[in-house]
Design a binder for this molecule. Structure first.
Ligand code: GLC
Length: 753
């Protein structure tokens, strides 16, 4: 008799592992089975494709059709290219109806009916515009920024888009660089948390789900390290600086599941990013196991000839494709120059097939072969765009992004029942500037200005006076007198000054980062009235305005706060929201200090007033105007009882750190508790501080909260002389506080295993 007949219980027990394998194995197996099926489909498609059709999949064009009823299409010539299978994706086309028609041409009128991917720069909102990313970073609230990215994905995907060229995760330490506005500032850890939050927000529950966008980590890599802060300029940094400062936010994007990367325009130490096999094969695919697609930046493939690493466009295309850049944005080199180089044996068809397979695999993952119109829904587009909820979220993000730099004599918050308020300055009524750079399809007419926000906030009996006083960047002073007259009549003066949205963003670096035009003179003129004055700053970067910082009692940094800017700013000015934002980037005293950042090295001669021969200036303190992580509240937070779980740990142990934070004021408020470490002695020099944890908390008046963090191996590790990522035994400091300077500190030891 078989074992199965002897004892029914035995039979059941024996079958459990079988069933469990089938069940568990089946679930995992199902995914592997589905992936294997996709690979077989790709195999069969590749076998049918001509060389031109294969390279067509690697060709991305910018839509050059007209804007019609708020939608952007493609030209007749571009439609013909689609019919011939010479385009794999478009950028800048938008609108559910328009994209549906373009996709129809691809899937009905081309030979192989391969669907297109539609991409757009949805950087900080699509139609509902959120603060610029530097402002979003100033919230130090990744969960909130994830929600903002979700909203952007919902609106953009309803307009038929599949792919956003965001998040931009370039670390920036030089405020002359215009694209500092577009990232999360100077710190790798803050940048990494924002990068992961945005990827999660854009990609949602998974690629191909309705309401999601394929995200794109850009610009790989070190684009923000441009010499002299001049956009597109040379980057010459060590591999240790590259891996310690610039790569972490990209790795965080990969860990969050980002589906695409974009190359950068710049070179790094002699090798242009777009031709760098070190970046796109060794680091991205071999080390990080990235399985998505890589797109070049705009004509960056062609620009390899200008960098001087390729003599012809064809050579440039070969370099880029071999390096691992799968899609050529706008150069048209892959589709034009590479066919005959493949036929001449100068480029292996395997390199082409590798890239085509990645692109087709992404189209399957996006569900476009199942339903090419999946994302397209004109009715949903109307239903989900610029809704009241989306506006409300933009207002919340806007308010949380604001950073209070000064509030002497507690001028702020203002009473809503003031008799007369003067709202002055060239940006007080601006509708376009609060959208900032990369405003997608945001519409200026939908923006709430600062003047409108104040009007919405104050009591009906409050008189509001307005005059611009001057323009943003002209030298015309004729408006000063009228503005001063209004200030004389008011109880409080709000002056809305700063940059225009065009003064930051791509190709918008500045050699002076002070207030443009005669704005500082204007502020001095109004200050002569002696009226209580608040400067409301609109800026895409840190600005140097020492007289204003020294002499104006209240200063609120608003970056470019988006569609709901005026309401968000009024919420904070009048106390409905207590400011809790913190600087994601150091504010220098002068351009002469730049680059200046908090996580600097100690040097062999750290600045000292007691010793002339130390690292300092003759004409300026070495400290910044305002440090990284700085921001005030209307209430006051007191830190105490900083504790580390143990004085000694092995490198593989984790370490608990706790601190008590008390709201010692009379109003509810948010505080960003920041934890930094310092490795005092190591085999290579280490920064004096490195941000490793933070948490934005809300405390009621008198409330005390114990905030706990846990540090692990990766928080203490660094790249040693052999470029190995290691933790070395020795003494560490841990610092905790509300910015990178005013901190409590403790030490602990890492001992040999
Ligand atoms: C631009 C930018 C890049 C953007 C791309 C498409 O030049 O560098 O960030 O995604 O072109 O607009």
């Amino acid at each position: 008799m078989s074992v199965f007949g002897r004892n029914r219980l035995t039979t059941v027990v024996l079958l459990i592992p079988v069933f469990s394998f089938l069940f568990l194995g089946r679930a995992k197996g199902q995914t592997q089975w589905a992936e294997a099926l996709i690979e077989r489909k790709i195999d069969s498609l590749l076998a049918l494709m001509t060389l031109e059709e294969k390279l067509g999949q690697l060709n991305q064009l910018a839509a050059r059709g007209d804007w019609v009823a708020g939608e952007k299409g493609i030209t007749e010539e571009q439609k013909q290219m689609v019919r011939r299978g010479e385009v794999g994706s478009f950028l800048n086309a938008t609108g559910a109806k328009t994209l549906k028609e373009i996709q129809r041409i691809a899937v009905e009128e081309s030979r192989l009916k391969i669907p297109l991917i539609f991409a757009y720069d949805v950087i900080h909102g699509f139609r509902t515009i959120f603060p610029i990313p530097l402002g979003e970073a100033a919230t130090w609230n990744p969960e909130l920024i994830e929600k903002a990215s979700r909203v952007a994905a919902i609106e953009a995907s309803a307009a038929g888009l599949h792919w956003t060229f965001a998040p931009m995760v370039d670390i920036a330490r030089d405020p002359r660089w215009g694209r500092i506005a577009e990232g999360a500032g100077e710190d790798p850890y803050l940048g990494s948390t924002m990068s992961a939050a945005r990827v999660r927000g854009f990609q949602g529950e998974g690629l191909g789900k309705v309401g999601t966008l394929l995200a794109c980590a850009k610009h790989f890599a070190a684009y923000g390290g441009a010499e002299a802060g001049r956009d597109y300029n040379t980057v010459d940094i060590s591999e240790r600086t590259l891996r310690t400062i610039y790569l972490p936010p990209f790795k965080a994007a990969v860990d969050a599941g980002v589906g695409s990367f974009m190359s950068a325009f710049n070179e790094i130490a002699g090798m242009p990013s777009t031709a760098s096999a070190f970046l796109f094969t060794k680091v991205l695919r071999d080390e990080w196991k990235f399985t998505g697609i890589v797109v070049s930046d705009w004509t960056a493939v062609m620009e390899l000839t200008r960098h001087g690493v390729a003599a012809t466009q064809g050579e440039a295309g070969v370099l880029a494709l071999r390096a691992g850049v799968d899609i050529d944005m706008e150069s048209k080199i892959y589709v034009t120059d590479l066919p005959h180089l493949v036929r001449q044996g100068k480029l292996s068809i395997d390199v082409v097939d590798r890239a085509v397979r990645r692109v087709l695999r992404m189209k399957y993952r996006l569900g476009l072969f199942d339903d090419p119109y999946r994302f397209n829904d004109p009715d949903r587009e109307k239903a989900v765009t610029l809704t009241a909820d989306h506006r409300a979220l933009a207002r919340t993000v806007g308010a949380q992004s604001l950073v209070l730099l000064k509030n002497e004599n507690r001028i702020l918050p203002l009473s809503k029942n003031l008799k007369t308020i003067a709202v002055l300055g060239p940006l007080a009524t601006s509708k376009r500037d609060p959208i900032g750079s990369w405003g997608a399809v945001g519409r200026a007419e939908e923006v709430v200005t600062v003047l409108e926000g104040v009007r919405n906030k104050v009591a009906s009996g409050t008189k509001i006076l307005h005059a611009a006083g001057c323009s943003i960047d002209s030298l015309d002073r004729r408006g000063f007198e009228e503005a001063r007259r209004l200030a004389e009549q008011s109880d409080v003066v709000l002056i809305v000054i700063g940059e225009s949205h065009r003064m930051s963003g791509e190709a918008s670096s500045r050699t002076h980062i002070g207030l443009p035009g005669v704005q500082e003179e204007f502020v001095r003129e109004i200050a002569k009235t002696g009226k209580p004055m608040v400067v409301v700053l609109m800026n895409g970067r840190p600005l140097t305005m020492p007289w204003v910082y020294e002499n104006v009692p209240a200063i609120l940094v608003t970056w470019f706060a988006g569609t709901e800017a005026g309401n968000a700013i009024a919420d904070v000015l009048f106390g409905d929201v207590t400011p809790g934002g913190k600087l994601p980037v150091t504010f220098p005293r002068s351009l002469g200090q730049v680059p200046i950042y908090y996580n600097h090295k100690n040097t062999g001669r750290p600045a000292s007033d007691q010793d002339f021969f130390t690292s300092k200036y003759l004409d300026s303190p070495v400290t910044p105007q305002f440090p990284f992580g700085y921001g005030l509240s209307y209430t006051k937070f007191v830190y105490s009882d900083l504790k580390v779980g143990t004085e000694k740990i092995r490198s593989t142990d984790s370490l608990r750190v706790s601190v008590r934070v008390k709201n010692d004021g009379d109003g509810k408020g948010d505080e960003v508790v920041q934890l930094y470490i310092q490795d005092l002695v190591a085999s290579v020099t280490r920064p004096v501080k490195e941000l490793r944890r933070f948490r934005r908390i809300t405390l009621n008046p008198g409330e005390i909260k114990t905030v706990e963090f846990t540090l692990g191996y990766d928080d203490l590790a660094f790249y040693n002389q052999e470029m190995k990522f290691v933790v070395e035994p020795g003494t560490f400091k841990v610092f905790v506080g509300g910015n990178s300077v005013d901190v409590l500190e403790k030490t602990f030891e890492v001992v040999e295993r």
